[in-house]
Design a protein. Structure first.
Length: 327
């Protein structure tokens, strides 16, 4: 006959469950904190960076930044999950978020068209006919096509419309008259690399949480992510440096909103790299707490996404140089 005490979970299992609940609450608190900080930065970061620069105020900066953050986040989640399939090694995988991400990306792109029409005092049909309107429409349709691929259970086909999203964003970000094709090419490489870094880490941490009972298996997931992530970081450093050299005049680093936001982004990237190195050091020593700096790295990367969105809405730094007579 089974006694009531025999039905109780073993002390070790109960302790692990309590620890998992505490970790879950901690992760929820971290996610909420990052969301609030990111939202505040998106809404007020652009105007604060432009304070004292003499630059013209860009209308609807906060709204546009929030919508562009949604687009960048959607692209990162989708590409991260597509690349994350190799991390599962045939084992269980976390629930897919790609479909929701694609729909959010489409909504974010469509929302920017509405903002464009509002601030330009034109109707939606006219907004669609502008250069930015056409590119944003292409981005929205690219995300919708990617969602359709998922609905048809052909996730790899989503790479084609997502490539259109990247291309449209690269062209939209470089309307300048000076060598726009070079800037677009750099962005076309930089954006997917950054998306794979952030989105891939998100998927990795979700997969590690799913396999947390198997320490060796969880660490193996992080190791499979860490190897290509190092190459992504090198690619980001090269394209980011080239983009900065061609777009930011040296004398406008501190006198333009673009330069100030870029400094903030570089500091955050440095912090993310330091956390990544710490996580990989612990991983090599077989310590499961490598997840802790990796989670902090993901939080910093989320803020980098917001700062990157701010960079796309602040005024062109060459305007400051022209105003000051700098050549």
């Amino acid at each position: 006959m089974t006694t009531p005490g025999a039905l109780a979970p073993a002390p070790g299992r109960a302790a692990r469950r309590r620890a998992a609940r505490r970790t879950g609450r901690g992760l929820a608190a971290l996610a909420l904190a990052v969301t609030l900080v990111g939202l505040g930065a998106a809404l007020f970061g652009g105007p604060l960076a432009a304070r004292g620069t003499g630059e013209l105020r860009v209308p609807a900066t906060g709204t546009t930044t929030v919508l562009r953050t949604a687009v960048f986040t959607a692209l990162a989640i989708h590409l991260g999950e597509l690349a994350g399939g190799r991390l599962t090694a045939g084992g269980p995988a976390p629930r897919a978020w790609s479909l929701y991400a694609a729909l959010v990306g489409a909504a974010g792109s469509a929302g920017q068209i509405a903002v464009l029409a509002s601030v330009s005092d034109i109707d939606m049909a006219t907004a669609y006919g502008t250069r930015d309107g056409r590119l944003l429409l292409l981005t929205a349709n690219g995300f919708l096509a990617a969602a359709g691929c998922l609905a048809l259970r052909r996730p790899l086909l989503a790479l084609l419309p997502l490539a259109l999203v990247v291309g449209a964003e690269a062209l939209r970000a470089h309307p300048e008259q000076y060598t726009p094709e070079i800037g677009a090419a750099l962005t076309a490489v930089h954006l997917p690399a950054a998306s794979l870094w952030a989105g891939g880490l998100l998927y990795t941490l979700r997969l590690m949480w799913l396999r947390r009972a198997d320490r060796a298996g969880a660490l193996a997931v992080l190791a499979r992510y860490a190897r290509p992530a190092a190459w992504l970081l090198a690619l980001l450093a090269l394209t980011g440096t080239a983009s900065t050299l061609r777009k930011l005049p040296p004398d406008a680093v501190l006198t333009s909103a673009y330069g100030r936001v870029l400094i903030a982004k570089l500091l955050l990237v440095g912090l993310a790299c330091a956390l990544a190195l710490l996580a990989r050091h612990r991983m090599r020593r077989g310590r499961l707490d490598a997840q802790i700096p990796a989670r902090a790295e993901l939080a910093v990367l989320a803020l980098i996404v917001v700062v990157s969105a701010i960079l796309t809405v602040v005024p062109d730094p060459h305007w400051v140089s022209a105003r000051l007579g700098i050549r």
